[in-house]
Write a protein that binds this ligand. Structure first.
Ligand code: MLT
Length: 266
């Protein structure tokens, strides 16, 4: 489906009719298809599941230039919920960049969050070196006119070593990542580099929170998830065995079991 959200046409799916309402927010540079392994099980458990393509990704427009900041994404998500008439607080599930956006959502729209599922993400900002590397990759994508330099740098770190580049999962994710335009990949990278540190936000997150992480996540390792879970009062941490950064795609059964169990306990 497509809807006018703020200044862009935003693509999203909205399926299932029960409760809770679960909003699933993808990572970088992905699109909503990365959440496909979760849709059926969530609907079978009775949830309504809303899954957007964030601005600049998938079939959503990027809008005016400038970095795709976590704040812009968070405001788009609130506007999407308005558009859909969702008044009740939602379960906000975010993977990696989706988790960074969860922190911006909490800062700006806290009353709309019933619970958080924070997967393969972290609360800290980039180190100066990581930031510099992101800006280098953004420039490379701009010069190349495609996301390819970013795909090449990031794809090898997305899954555990059990998923080599020729594996069907890696090929699927490559196609998703490479579908991002060069300008959007660069603007997204600059948005990631601009994100603030959110560690001091964690003690104030007073909604149930599940932290998930693949035991072989090379981008946001288990130590980041432990720090995140230790910061949010009452947060539950589940480590997914045999999974890298995109744990929901690599080990969907274990990921879904943790997610559905958390929702049942809400
Ligand atoms: C993501 O999966 O969203 C990215 O790996 C996030 C990041 O690069 O920090």
């Amino acid at each position: 489906m497509l809807a006018q959200i703020n200044d862009i046409q935003m693509a999203f799916s909205d399926t299932g009719e029960g409760t809770p309402t679960v909003l699933l927010v993808h990572g970088y540079p992905f699109n909503r298809a990365t959440w496909d392994p979760q849709l059926g099980p969530l609907r079978d458990q009775g949830a309504r599941v809303i899954v957007p393509d964030l601005r600049g990704f998938g079939a959503s427009e990027a809008g005016a230039g400038g970095p795709l900041t976590m704040e812009r994404h968070a405001d788009d998500l609130a506007a999407l919920l308005d558009h859909l008439g969702v008044r009740e607080p939602v379960v906000f599930g975010g993977l990696s960049m989706g988790g960074y956006i969860a922190f911006a959502f909490w800062r700006r729209h806290a009353e709309r969050a019933r619970a958080f599922v924070l997967a393969d993400t972290k609360a800290s900002a980039d180190t100066p070196e990581a930031r510099e590397n992101r800006l280098k990759l953004a420039r490379a994508a701009e010069q190349d006119g495609s996301a390819e330099p970013i795909v090449q740098a990031m794809l090898p770190r997305m899954f555990s070593p059990a998923v080599p580049p020729e594996h069907a999962l890696a090929r699927q994710l490559r196609a998703i990542m490479a579908g991002t335009s060069g300008p959007s990949a660069a603007a997204g990278m600059r948005g990631l580099a601009d994100r603030p540190d959110s560690l001091d936000l964690l003690p104030g997150i007073r909604v149930p929170t599940l932290v998930l992480v693949g035991d072989q996540d090379a981008i946001t390792p288990v130590a980041d998830a432990e720090r995140l879970a230790a910061g949010v009062p009452g947060a539950q941490l589940t480590v997914i065995p045999g999974a890298g950064h995109v744990s929901n795609m690599e080990q969907p059964e274990a990921f879904n079991a943790a997610l559905l169990g958390f929702l049942q306990r809400l």
